[in-house]
Design a protein around this ligand. Sequence first.
Ligand SMILES: Cc1ncccc1N[C@@H](C)c1cnc2ccsc2c1
Length: 116
Amino acid sequence: SEKKEKSILLTNKELALVMTVLDELDKHEDSWPFLFPVNTKHFSTYKRIIKNPMDLSTIRSKLEGGIYKTKESFVDDVRTIFDNCETFNEDQSPVGKAGHILRLYFERRWAELTST
Ligand SMILES: Cc1ncccc1N[C@@H](C)c1cnc2ccsc2c1
């Protein structure tokens, strides 16, 4: 049914919305620490400290694979990137600073795109 249909995938409008904001995050000058999964060979403690690793390429793969059923589940993964960053990195470190800047950018952009 139409209702059922709605609940198992993002509408085209929602898909366009999340793709737009994902593209903008990828292009942002401060997204460099978040483009791909953290290499746990370089950062040996990362696996133990961070329970739910997330990055922009993983989000894009999940989007292309139809994993996100709601835009909220997409937002949860984006916010996990920034929460992980705060857990592992000092606020004033290069990565820590980039995380704060990109989180602010995302939350403002998301509010602009979704506020009625
Ligand atoms: C987001 C994040 N959190 C914790 C650790 C790393 C990272 N990012 C990776 C890409 C990263 C961040 N910075 C450097 C500096 C030399 S290699 C490398 C790799």
